[in-house]
Design a protein around this ligand. Sequence first.
Ligand code: NIG
Ligand code: FE
Length: 417
Amino acid sequence: MSSLDAVVHGARELVVGPAAGGSTLETHADGAVAVVDGAVAAVGDTADVLAAYPAENATTAIDATGKTVLPGFVDPHTHALFAGDRSDEFAAKLRGKPYQEILAEGGGILRTVDAVRAASDAALVANLTAQLDVMLAHGTTTAEVKTGYGLDTETECRMLDAIAAAAAEHPVDVVTTFLGAHAVPDDTDADAYVDAVIADQLPAAANGPARFCDVFCEADVFTVEQSRRILDAGREHGLAPKLHAEEFTRLGGAQLAADLGATSADHLLHATPEDAAALADAGVTPVLLPATAFVLDEAYADPQQFLAAADNRTGAPVALGTDLNPNCYTHSMGFVVSLACNGMRMAPADAVLAATAWAASALDRSQDGTGTLREGTDGDVLVVDAPSHVHLPYNPGVNNVEAVLTDGTVAVGGGGA
Ligand code: NIG
Ligand code: FE
């Protein structure tokens, strides 16, 4: 027998997702959503939804009067599994030391690699679980998590196992990315390391939970050609390509992502309108990570060039993610939406789409409607204590997510009927 998991009703604004055939945000005043057996069964006017799905029959009924209801956030780019503490580097960066100089001196990513190699399996699972808890409390219901702090076959596989173990027990829907090519370890050179990633790490990683393969394509890290070799090999093992592209230097990563038909190209601080056009033509979702620019005091990426390039083309114009990692230590997609609007001048409706439905496209999850509330999609629902989606960026620094449902079950808050 089917079960009425949840009814959320009376929302001042119900955010559905992109309007049919367009890229505007579809919302309903006095909206409601009903979730049956984990999936959205009805969405629309409160009177209609309650007539078909009476609140008293639901396991969870939430009166959202005066509030905003929207799909759970989708965070398409995180390095949420790590160990150790790099807050001392934060202080050094504030005094003007560049991120890449810290990395070149064996700090940054390489320090986190030491900490991850030294951590037990149980500690890795506990660390990721703790990060996912905070992400969920801020409204993230689907999140990508990358490896990349192992940089050897054993530790990369331990990271994949830890991601699978944490994900199996957590309400957040986790999408896994193999990022063996995140940095060049101290004891080898880039070419030899690329050979090792292809010969040893990838075949081992391919047996795990990873769906994607990513590379940090950057000056003094991995060249475009090295990135291409790894992403080609990843694809042979069934992993779809993603790329850290044009973060500090315009190296050609965006063009490579377009060439490969990658699922996403991420960062893009130095991407040009030509890069944006190439990504749009190839159906690659650009993922912007404004919190990274914020913490590094770099100029933000320009979202308008991606929105303009996507006009009259199919696919998501642009996505937003946290880039949660020890350099960029935020879990909050609400904060990212705030930065996107206040820092990058995105329209609130575009920023909300980029943090939900368009972010799902950066994880190849558009097909099942992830990041939208429509009949048949997962019942991942946020209740936000604010009168409209505009209040997310208008009220920065405040977590106004009051309740989170995942697959129709209360994961955070929930209040009463
Ligand atoms: O996406 N740019 C490369 N990787 C991460 C940073 C990881 C770290 O500093 O630990 C990023 O910003
Ligand atoms: Fe990253």
